[in-house]
Write a protein that binds this ligand. Structure first.
Ligand code: FAD
Length: 211
């Protein structure tokens, strides 16, 4: 259970830090790099955070058990509402096509992504390798026909890289290390509770839970 709870806490923190970074982009609309980052991050972030939502909600419900399932629990309503987030105001496929459109229209999109990811430095080998592979693939897209077939994977990789970069910069090492180990060094799984042995779940949960 500690593993499940800590994994959920990581997912929540990563989604929150991504949303806050995107909000900061909108605070600086006159800065072209920030505006370009917002152009990428809006569809990619909406796609991935909404896509993780139903699995997150189901796991949170299971943590509480049967009383999480019944209507008296606010989780029942949240669980029902999760899927609509990836339907209205931009369904998953449309968000991913929009992301491709952003890269297709402006070469500066790849530069903005690279600049943001560079801020995390080279403190984690798995992250650095992941970033290098992603940016190479993004550069290779220039001048090519948009790859709608692979658009979801691209969106997922961009968001995971940005979340990891933000956590490496702004969260304690026990948070960023667990995120990188479970989502960058290996693909994120369909279930929560996949953090590797040695993860400091106590510290992650102490950070996540209200004092
Ligand atoms: C609870 C609720 C409240 C709503 N409130 C409002 C409201 O207040 N105002 C309003 O204007 N609308 C509202 N809507 C409508 C909502 O905006 C649409 O449901 C949403 O835009 C998706 O459009 P659609 O239902 O026509 O699905 P479609 O666009 O038909 O999509 C169906 C599926 O096809 C995929 N798809 C569509 N086009 C492509 C493509 N080119 N390539 C690949 N895949 C594609 C989508 O990703 C999706 O998986 C609401 C919807 C719901 C569920």
């Amino acid at each position: 259970m500690q593993n499940v709870l800590a994994d959920l806490a990581l997912e929540s923190e990563a989604a929150t830090v991504l949303a806050m970074r995107l909000a900061r982009c909108f605070d600086h609309p006159d800065n072209p790099a920030e505006a370009m980052l917002a152009r990428i991050l809006t569809p990619a972030g909406k796609y991935w955070v909404c896509k993780r939502g139903p699995a997150f909600g189901a796991e949170a419900m299971e943590v509480i058990g049967g009383s999480g399932y019944v209507e008296e629990s606010p989780l029942a309503r949240m669980y029902r509402d999760f899927p609509v987030n990836s339907i209205w105001e931009g369904s998953g496929n449309i968000m991913c096509l929009d992301l491709l459109r952003a890269f297709g229209k402006s070469p500066a999109a790849g530069d903005a992504l690279a600049a943001e990811l560079a801020l995390a430095g080279d403190v984690d080998r798995a992250f650095s390798d992941y970033r290098a592979a992603l940016l190479a693939d993004v550069r290779a897209m220039a001048g090519q026909a948009p790859d709608a077939f692979g658009a979801r994977v691209l969106a997922e990789r961009i968001v995971l890289a940005l979340q990891a970069a933000l956590l490496l910069r702004h969260a304690p090492a026990y948070v960023s290390a667990a995120f990188v180990a479970s989502r960058i060094a290996c693909a994120p799984g369909g279930a929560f509770g996949r953090l590797p042995a040695g993860t400091d779940c106590d510290a992650i949960l102490a950070r996540a839970l209200p004092a």
